[in-house]
Design a binder for this molecule. Structure first.
Ligand SMILES: [Mn+2]
Length: 318
């Protein structure tokens, strides 16, 4: 649908609930909080929900303490899934999302979907935050303040790898410049999300990085974060996020895989690729998805079998 139609539909709703995806990243949370803040300014009754723990790097986002804090209404005029490629990404909030008078999805993932009644889907968008910006700009750009701009910029920066991935377009940079013009601390935001790591993460890195395995002439690199690694370094699953890109930073590596043990015999897998190797295709084999160069899925099984299956899928995609 076109942005102006989406705006019309949101305008006609009074009570609105926004939903981020499970295992939330900054784009899904920041896009939701930015839209929530804006819609409150235009007088809407808005709540934001997310099935999942928010990571430590989200703790100072504007309005983040309001997530999951509003009383759940029995029915909303409109529910909006934000950055959710599939209905099951809503987690435990799926029934609440479905029960609304109208449902909408705003997203930039590749997957075809039909789970919402209205859709604003643009896979060329660097982040869902880009789509939220366009809604706000067309609706009433005078209401774009530094709080909203900071949220949108954080979503943009994190989903584009600090403006370094192939999903960065001319439009992405135009929007970034408009957000910077609002007076946001852009350098601080980039530092926080791309350079600064906690000492715990540093300890986890030094332990696990010496044990990365390479295959196919070093074209495939696999890193594993196992329960024992978290115990030995006093860290949790959250500390392992984004470290997969350190593998694809190595010259010659075309596919980087991180396998993180989230429960006994249950693993969260992130795939990062270069050039024409399609991460989304690899993830879809295992019931996941994402983007061409960044995708993920969850897999259950014995560690050795999990590695074998993933490695085979990666080899087939080279
Ligand atoms: Mn996103």
């Amino acid at each position: 649908m076109e942005i102006n139609e989406i705006i019309k539909l949101i305008k006609s709703a009074k009570s609105i609930a926004l939903f981020s995806h499970i295992n939330p990243d900054c784009d899904t949370i920041c896009s939701s909080l930015a839209l929530k803040t804006f819609l409150q300014k235009v007088g809407k009754d808005v709540s934001a929900f997310c099935d999942g723990d928010l990571k430590y790097d989200m703790s100072d986002l504007f309005g983040v303490s309001s997530v999951n804090k509003d009383a759940v209404k029995s029915i909303y005029d409109l529910t909006i899934a934000i950055d959710c490629a599939a209905e099951d990404r809503l987690g435990k909030y799926r029934p609440l999302f479905k029960k609304a008078r109208h449902t909408m999805c705003i997203d930039h993932h590749l997957q075809d979907r039909t789970y919402a009644e209205y859709n604003l889907i643009d896979s060329k968008s660097g982040a869902t935050a880009e789509l939220i910006y366009m809604i706000i700009e067309q609706w009433d750009k005078a209401l774009l303040d530094t709080d909203i701009a900071g949220l949108l910029y954080t979503g943009l920066v994190t989903d584009t790898g600090n403006f370094s991935f192939s999903n960065v377009s001319e439009r992405t940079m135009m929007i970034a410049s408009k957000l910077i013009a609002c007076g946001i601390p852009s350098a601080d935001i980039s530092f926080k999300h791309f350079r600064s790591i906690s000492f715990d993460t540093f300890r986890l890195k030094t332990r696990v990085f010496s044990n990365i395995h390479f295959f196919e002439d070093n074209k495939i690199g696999i890193i594993s974060f196992l329960h024992e690694d978290f115990v030995a370094t006093g860290t949790t699953v959250a500390h392992s996020s984004n470290l997969v890109s350190d593998i694809t930073n190595i010259a010659g590596v075309e596919v980087g895989v991180s396998i993180t043990e989230v429960k006994p015999n249950s693993y969260k897998v992130s795939i990062r690729t270069h050039k024409d190797v399609n991460a989304n295709e690899i993830a879809m084999i295992f019931g996941g998805g994402g983007h061409k160069n960044a995708a993920g899925f969850t897999i259950n099984g014995f560690y050795g079998n999990v590695v074998d299956d993933i490695l085979k899928a990666c080899k087939d995609c080279l």
